[in-house]
Design a protein around this ligand. Structure first.
Ligand code: HAM
Length: 432
C-alpha cells in the first residue's frame, strides 16, 4: 500500500525549499525596512472569527472552509486567510493600547486552507505572506502598503506586473451602490447563475465577484461604484490616486473589482503578473482597507489595511520570468577518509570544522577515493581534506584548495586547535 498526498497539496522538497526560503527571506528584509514585525497566530481558529470577518455569503466561508467540531464540540476551522485571525489577536492582546506604536504593523507567513478546485496556481493548502497595519486612516499609508508590495516584487526580480486598484467607499457609498446594483441585477435576474440569484439580495457585491461564466455578461454592464462614492470616499480615493502618481507608481483602476472577502472598504487592490504561461491564476497579491473589522470583532474603532500574496504563485512568476534564485548551499570543506581505520577520525575532523563555524561534510557510504573526490567537486567544496591511514598514523591531514589546486599537509593537532587559521591560510589571495 502506498499513499498520495491529499488533493490540492504539495510536498516542498529540497531543491524547491531553497526558493521558498529566498522568497520568505526577501520578504523579511523588505518588510523590516518598512518597520513591520512578525506575528504568528494558530493554524486553526474559531469558525465564528472567520465567518464574521470574511462574511457568511462569500465562497470562502460558504463553500471552502475546512471546518469541523473538535472533541470538545467546539466549531473550529483551519484558517482560510490571515487577516481575521490577526484582527482577533489584535483585539484579544489589546494591541491597540497606548504602549504600542501606531500604526501597529505586522507581517506573517504560513499555510492557509481553502477547499477550492485545484488547478495551476490554486491549491487547497497554499501559503501566504501578508501584512496588516492598524490604526491609521491616511491615504499615504495605503500607498506605502502598495509600494511595499511592489518593492518586494522588484527585489525578487519580478517585473511584469500590474497594480490594479478600486474603492469600495464607506457605509454611505455602499448602501447607495447596493440599491443601484440590486435594481440593475433584478432586471437581469433570469440571466444569472443560481448562486448569484441567491446572493442578489443577500449580498449583491458578491455577484460582481462571481466566477461563474454565466454571470459575466451581466457583471460587465453593471453600474460602477465610482458613480456612487460619498464625498468622503471620493476624497479619500483621490488622496490615494494622487499619492500613487506623486510617487510615480503606475496603476490602473478597475471599477468592477470587489475582492472575495466582505471586510473591505475604501481602497482595495490586486497585483497581477503579466508573465506569459501563468495560466488563469495571475493575481499574486490582493489586499485593501478594512476599517470597522476591529470593531466587528469586539475591539475599539480602529482602521486597518493590509495585503497577502500567494507564495506558490510568486514562485510560478519567478519561473515564468526566468529569475535565477541564488543557490544558498555552500560547502567550506569536504573530508575524504581513506580506509576503514579513518572512519572515526574523519567524523571527528568534520565535527571540529563545524565547531569552528564552517560547513563540512564527509562520505558515509563507504565510497572509494575517486568517488569521494568527485562528490567534493560536485558539491563545490572550497577545501578538500584527505585523511589516509598513513596520515592518520603520522597525525597529519592533507588540505587542498579547490580553486588554486594548491596542497599542504597540516598536523591534525593544528586543525583541532584552530581550523580557521588553516582555512584562512589556504584560501587567502596569493600574490607573486
Ligand atoms: P485573497 O485575495 O483571498 O486575500 O488572497 C491573497 C492571495 O493569496 C491571492 O492573491 C493569491 O495570490 C493567494 N491565494 C488565495 N487563494 C489561493 C489558493 N487557493 N491557492 C493559491 N494561492 C491562493 C486574502 O487572503 C486577504 N486576507 C488579504 C488581505 C490582507 N487583505 C487585507 N489584508
Amino acid at each position: 500500500m502506498s499513499y498520495q498526498r491529499p488533493k490540492g497539496t504539495n510536498d516542498i522538497l529540497p531543491g524547491e525549499s531553497n526558493k521558498w526560503q529566498f522568497v520568505e527571506e526577501t520578504a523579511r528584509l523588505v518588510f523590516s525596512d518598512y518597520q513591520y514585525q512578525e506575528i504568528r497566530t494558530p493554524i486553526f481558529e474559531h469558525y465564528e472569527v472567520i465567518a464574521r470577518s470574511v462574511g457568511d455569503t462569500t465562497d470562502i466561508v460558504s463553500k471552502e472552509m475546512y471546518d469541523f467540531h473538535d472533541k470538545g464540540e467546539r466549531h473550529v476551522t483551519l484558517r482560510p486567510e490571515g487577516t481575521a485571525p490577526i484582527v482577533r489577536a489584535y483585539v484579544e492582546n489589546k494591541l491597540f493600547g497606548p504602549e504600542f506604536k501606531k500604526p501597529y504593523k505586522v507581517y506573517y507567513t504560513g499555510p492557509m486552507f481553502r477547499y477550492e478546485r485545484p488547478q495551476k496556481g490554486r491549491l487547497r493548502q497554499f501559503h501566504q505572506i501578508g501584512v496588516e497595519a492598524f490604526g491609521s486612516e491616511n491615504p499615504s499609508l495605503d500607498v506605502e502598503v502598495m509600494a511595499m508590495a511592489m518593492d518586494f516584487f522588484k527585489q525578487l526580480g519580478i517585473n511584469q506586473l500590474r497594480l490594479v486598484i478600486n474603492t469600495l467607499g464607506d457605509k454611505e457609498t455602499r448602501s447607495n451602490y447596493r440599491q443601484a446594483l440590486i435594481e440593475y441585477l433584478e432586471a437581469h435576474e433570469a440571466e444569472l447563475s443560481e448562486d448569484s440569484k441567491r446572493r442578489l439580495h443577500e449580498n449583491p457585491l458578491r455577484v460582481l465577484d462571481s466566477k461563474d461564466r454565466k454571470d459575466q455578461p451581466v457583471v460587465a454592464d453593471a453600474p460602477s461604484i465610482l458613480d456612487y462614492l460619498s464625498d468622503y470616499a471620493k476624497k479619500y480615493f483621490e488622496g490615494v490616486t494622487k499619492t500613487l502618481e506623486y510617487l510615480n507608481i503606475p496603476y490602473e483602476i478597475d471599477h468592477r473589482m470587489v475582492r472575495g472577502l466582505d471586510y473591505y472598504n475604501h481602497t482595495i487592490f490586486e497585483i497581477m503578473s503579466d508573465a506569459p504561461g501563468m495560466g488563469a491564476q495571475t493575481t499574486i497579491c490582493g489586499g485593501g482597507r478594512y476599517d470597522g473589522l476591529v470593531e466587528e470583532l469586539g475591539g475599539p474603532e480602529t482602521p486597518g489595511i493590509g495585503f497577502a500574496m500567494g507564495i506558490e504563485r510568486i514562485l510560478l512568476t519567478l519561473e515564468q520570468e526566468d529569475v535565477m534564485v541564488p543557490d544558498a548551499t555552500n560547502l567550506d570543506a569536504y573530508v575524504v577518509g581513506l580506509g576503514e581505520a579513518t572512519n572515526m577520525e574523519t567524523l571527528k575532523v568534520v565535527q571540529a570544522i563545524r565547531g569552528f563555524g564552517f560547513s563540512a561534510d564527509r562520505d558515509f557510504m563507504g565510497r572509494k577515493a575517486k568517488a569521494q573526490f568527485k562528490t567534493a567537486d560536485k558539491e563545490g567544496a572550497k577545501l578538500v581534506l584527505t585523511l589516509g591511514e598513513d596520515e592518520l598514523a603520522n597525525g597529519v591531514i592533507n588540505v587542498k584548495d579547490s580553486a588554486t589546486r594548491e596542497e599542504k599537509a597540516f598536523p591534525l593537532a593544528d586543525l583541532y586547535e584552530n581550523f580557521a587559521a588553516i582555512y584562512d591560510e589556504m584560501t587567502a589571495p596569493k600574490f607573486d
